[in-house]
Design a binder for this molecule. Structure first.
Ligand SMILES: Cc1cc2nc3c(=O)[nH]c(=O)nc-3n(C[C@H](O)[C@H](O)[C@H](O)COP(=O)(O)OP(=O)(O)OC[C@H]3O[C@@H](n4cnc5c(N)ncnc54)[C@H](O)[C@@H]3O)c2cc1C
Length: 590
């Protein structure tokens, strides 16, 4: 049942309490509920996604979070374009030392489905070597690709693209599943630039080879994007996993319930037990305690999970003491080791038709929205990029003389490029005129590490989020070389009649000029991980063991992006889904 007020709950004790109805939390809820034997409570700080059209219409996604990707005013009702939104936590990063001290929004969904309800729907699993590396790091072969592949079968349901085009050659069906829970598809709207992208992979095949499926474990090269879109509509963990169980009698889902801390319920086998959860609907609202007969599962995401741990007295003693919080478990790893894919937007002025005019013009946008409503087709039924690719620095790059290769393996990547037929630049609003091509870069194997710390002991005060972007020579080098690489891509003959000129300081040529450009426009592609990292059972570092049990504590597991100890070669939702599927299997014992 969907509950909107604590008095609607069936009681104050459940078998499992899941904190956060997000990407991972809803997988756990659905898998634990489907046996029918477990009594489940899901607590979500945000609102229901029902009646939020922008969470369904793929190209309206930017309106759900603070974003400079302005859409016409008809897309906004509850908030103004570019400002805080009711579906987001509206966090900002602390001033970034290596990005000219800039600060910028770092979106996180605050809605049923969590970030899967507000994200841009790219759905790729990463490199097989990410999973093998996870197995090596944790000492648990169960995280290796050969084992994790089976969860793709349970998770995804590959469906035809929204426009029904023949997708032969655009993916490798044998790497995918049509039997899982979450509908996903190839792009459902073709752009005039699609043929130029493919032509570039032929013309510059040594540097930008065509990859027939970057979403099946083998990432290198450029291919067609896969998205969590089915029938032209977003597939979130709420519309798939959660909706399959929300009407069951053994499931309560409470919205507007922000967990303020875990409740220390005693000692079991010499360890502090935290089988209780405290929540409230707001800073001045009364708190309620609920208790788990079996386990509490924290799925509040890479920011929410470490914040809740720290508020509960689980974290770095020195930091907790400075916030007047009594330490119950001293674990300095909580909130550390954060890594994120830095984003570098690169825009070109082009001649010809892009989506920019549609995104500026309320009349044209209204017609597209009518089309989406009538048939779930058209430009709004599609994600932000029809093509993306993952690339390595050359093996003889000078940086490898001083920095060991941080990629997950020799077939994993250092950076990613997304090709979009319109202006994408979180640091600069779209110009009022002109058509644009965006070649957006993401730093895939960063070596910088950041932190999540409490600003105060007030659970309603945002944590201090410091991704510490581009703090290392390797990260700065890779960004610089990615700029040179995308310029080679854009210089292909395939674009000669199309691209007019690079926008702004993308034109820079020297190391110093490119570095200054990178510092001035880079931000985040919103893939933070690692703040409650998985580590071997007896390791002195890390927050959860390979079965995702909170170290030093009884009765709590963590299942969300925070447990990934490093950023995978993917936009992070699909890797989070796979971790959650395996976590559910571990908890259920099969
Ligand atoms: C705007 C945006 C675009 C993105 N684009 C993509 C993309 O295209 N492809 C991709 O793969 N990834 C993308 N990502 C990243 C991806 O969506 C996330 O990595 C992934 O969804 C994280 O899953 P999670 O389960 O860890 O957290 P979430 O899905 O964020 O879930 C956490 C949930 O916990 C709730 N919560 C937090 N704190 C509390 C509390 N104290 N009490 C109760 N509830 C709480 C939150 O409200 C949320 O519902 C994007 C993210 C954003 C924000």
């Amino acid at each position: 049942r969907l509950c909107t007020c604590p008095s609607q709950l069936r009681g104050n004790a459940y078998d499992y309490i899941i904190v956060g109805a997000g990407t991972a939390g809803n997988v756990i809820a659905a898998r634990l509920a489907e046996s029918g034997h477990n009594d489940i409570l899901v607590l979500e700080a945000g609102v229901s996604e029902e009646g939020v059209p922008a969470s369904q219409v793929p190209l309206m996604a930017p309106t759900l979070t603070p974003s400079t990707l302005d859409l016409p005013s008809i897309c906004y009702n509850a908030h103004a374009s570019g400002s805080d939104t009711p579906y987001d936590w509206n966090y900002t990063v602390v001033p970034q030392t290596h990005l000219n001290g800039r600060t910028f929004p770092v979106a996180r969904g605050r809605i049923l489905g969590g970030s899967s309800s507000v994200n841009y729907m790219v759905h790729h699993y990463g490199s097989s070597e990410d999973y093998d590396r996870l197995a090596r790091i944790t000492g648990d072969p169960g995280w290796a690709w050969r084992n994790m592949r089976r969860y793709i079968d349970r998770h995804e349901k590959f469906v035809p693209p929204a426009d029904g085009h023949d997708a032969t050659g655009q993916y490798i069906p044998s790497l995918h599943s049509t039997r899982g829970v979450l509908p996903k598809s190839l792009p459902g709207f073709s752009h005039a630039i699609d043929s130029k992208v493919i032509a570039t992979t032929q013309e510059l095949s040594a540097e930008f080879p065509f990859n027939p499926d970057t979403g099946g474990g083998n990432v290198l090269g450029l291919g067609w994007a896969q998205s969590s879109i089915g029938g032209g509509t977003r597939s979130s963990s709420a519309t798939t996993y959660l909706s399959s169980v929300i009407n069951r009698r053994n499931v309560d889902v409470l919205v507007n319930a922000q967990v303020t801390k875990l409740v220390h319920t005693g000692t079991i086998c010499g360890k502090p037990s935290f089988r209780g959860v405290q929540f409230a609907s707001g800073p001045r609202a009364p708190t309620t305690n609920v208790f788990a007969r079996k386990e509490v599962i924290l799925s509040a995401g890479s920011f929410g999970t470490p914040q809740i741990l720290q508020l509960s007295g689980i974290g770095d003693r020195t930091e907790l003491t400075s916030k007047s919080i009594t330490t119950i478990v001293n674990n300095p790893s909580v909130g550390k080791n954060m890594s994120d894919h830095a984003l570098l937007p690169n825009n070109y002025l082009v001649r010809g038709e892009s989506l920019d005019n549609l995104l500026r013009d309320p009349v044209a946008f209204g017609i597209a929205l009518d089309q989406w409503q009538a048939s779930k087709t058209g430009p709004l039924a599609n994600g932000i990029s029809n093509h993306l690719g993952f690339f390595r620095l050359p093996n003889n790059s000078s940086i490898f003389a001083t920095t060991p290769d941080p990629a997950s393996g020799p077939t994993a990547s250092h950076w990613e490029m997304l090709v979009s037929n319109f202006w994408i630049n979180p640091s600069l609003p779209r110009p009022d005129t002109g058509s644009y091509l965006s070649l957006t870069v993401a730093l895939i194997s960063p070596t910088s590490r950041g932190t999540i710390k409490l600003a105060s002991k007030d659970p309603f005060q945002a944590p201090l989020i410091d991704p510490n972007f581009l703090a290392t020579d390797f990260d700065r080098y890779t960004m610089r070389e990615s700029v040179r690489a995308i310029k080679r891509f854009a210089a292909a003959n395939a674009w000669s009649d199309y691209i007019v000129e690079p926008v702004g300081n993308l034109a820079a040529q020297t190391d110093e000029g490119i570095d200054a450009y990178v510092r001035s426009v880079s931000s985040t592609i919103l893939h933070p991980v690692g703040t409650a990292s998985m580590s071997p059972r007896n390791a002195a570092w890390g927050v959860v063991d390979p079965e995702l049990r909170l170290k030093g504590v009884e009765g709590v597991r963590i299942v969300d992006a925070s447990v990934w100890p490093f950023a995978p070669n993917a936009h992070t939702q699909a890797p989070v889904y796979l971790v959650a599927e395996r976590a559910a299997s571990i908890i259920r014992g099969y």
